[in-house]
Write a protein that binds this ligand. Structure first.
Ligand SMILES: Cc1cc2nc3c(=O)[nH]c(=O)nc-3n(C[C@H](O)[C@H](O)[C@H](O)COP(=O)(O)OP(=O)(O)OC[C@H]3O[C@@H](n4cnc5c(N)ncnc54)[C@H](O)[C@@H]3O)c2cc1C
Length: 338
């Protein structure tokens, strides 16, 4: 069994905090998973861990962490220029996106350089630059770690919404996603409507046709310019979700702050920019202990100087308080607090 006790977690989550797990199990194939499941009743407290890029450990973890490290990608062509691609949960997300582009399977390029694993991608329905992974997921394969029962969810059953799905709900905490099936295009259709991606892609293309790799490179360069590299500065990407508020609230904010970005969601609600609210609250670069609001992108909290989990939690709560007092909007954290 690949079971370790009193295991340091610093290299297994992108905040790089000095925390540990009482028990840590790495599995790389189905046999190793079955071995663990045969003994699972010994462990009353469990957390499923992929790349740890959306996880905030609040303390040493007094239970078992199951680290999913399975690899493998399969593909089959179906009619209408579509490709069905199934990846094991432990595949690195960004490597998977690059693999698809190299093979001529398109649709995920706007999601380049998102950290973490394929298995976690449906959990919060990862999204960036106008694309959400739900648009490409066909089925999610999972196993209930308490009963050993295998379950398959078709896209509709995952109940995907903005940074959410059934897999984030507490009643599904026993569902370990083993693989994800995607439906991709074999003919490239660039999706450039969001932000500055079109300009960046055109700049990189230098008059040649825009390819999927060019779009991916535009996304990668844009992200690298504003997001900290977790290898250099611990972080979990966006720390807060963009709040969804009533249209009247969004319009009132827009009337007061003309450059407030607003994205209509439906007839009644709009999404507003959490980064802008934090910026307008004057909190860019604000520090608490070893934690800080990243100065190039205020939506990101960083482990600047040996932060403790409590530093990050205090900073989070302070931002929530100031933003709520100033704008009447409560920011909700995006990472999973463990
Ligand atoms: C610099 C940076 C930029 C980022 N940018 C974006 C972005 O643009 N868009 C975006 O959406 N996210 C972004 N993120 C957040 C993060 O990359 C995603 O949420 C990613 O999907 C997390 O993957 P992970 O494997 O690291 O998940 P983890 O942190 O390991 O886990 C996250 C959640 O998923 C669960 N989980 C993980 N694997 C499984 C599994 N196999 N089965 C069941 N549950 C599982 C965990 O229990 C936990 O609840 C960013 C993070 C960083 C560090």
């Amino acid at each position: 069994m690949n079971m370790y006790d009193h295991f340091a977690l610093k290299n297994y989550h992108t905040f790089a905090l000095a925390v540990s797990a009482k028990h840590f199990y790495i599995f790389k194939d189905d046999i190793q998973l079955d071995e663990l499941l045969a003994e699972i009743k010994k462990y009353p407290k469990i957390y499923l861990l992929g790349g740890g890029s959306n996880t905030l450990f609040l303390n040493d973890f007094d239970g078992l962490i199951i680290h999913i490290a399975t690899k493998g990608i399969e593909s089959k062509k179906i009619e209408n220029n579509q490709m069905i691609v199934t990846a094991k949960a432990g595949e690195n997300w960004h490597h998977f996106v690059q693999y698809c582009i190299r093979n001529g399977w398109y649709g995920l390029e706007n999601l380049s350089l998102i950290y973490g694993t394929v298995g976690a991608s449906p959990v919060q329905n990862i999204g960036a630059y106008g694309v959400e992974v739900k648009d490409r997921i066909r089925r999610v394969f999972a196993v209930d770690i308490q009963t050993g029962k295998k379950v398959t969810f078709v896209n509709k059953e995952c109940n995907f919404s903005y940074r959410n799905s059934i897999f984030r709900q507490p009643e599904n905490k026993n569902l370990l996603i083993t693989a994800v099936e995607f439906q991709l295009d074999t003919q490239f259709q660039p999706q450039l409507a969001y932000g500055d991606i079109q300009n960046k892609a055109e700049e990189l293309a230098q008059g040649t046709p825009i390819t999927a790799q060019i779009v991916a490179n535009a996304v990668i360069q844009t992200r690298q310019a504003k997001l900290p590299d977790p290898q250099q500065l611990g972080n979990a990407g966006s720390f807060f979700r963009n709040p969804i508020v009533a249209n009247e609230v969004a319009q009132a904010l827009k009337a007061k702050y003309a450059d407030m970005p607003i994205f209509p969601v439906d007839d009644q609600t709009s999404k507003i920019s959490a980064a802008k609210l934090i910026d307008l609250a004057g909190l860019k670069g604000f520090t608490y202990g070893g934690a800080a609001v990243y100065d190039k992108q205020p939506l990101v909290l960083v482990n600047q100087n040996n932060a403790t989990p409590q530093d990050i939690v205090h900073l989070c709560q302070y931002i929530q308080k100031v933003v709520q007092e100033k704008f009447g909007v409560l920011l909700q954290p995006e990472p999973v607090f463990v």
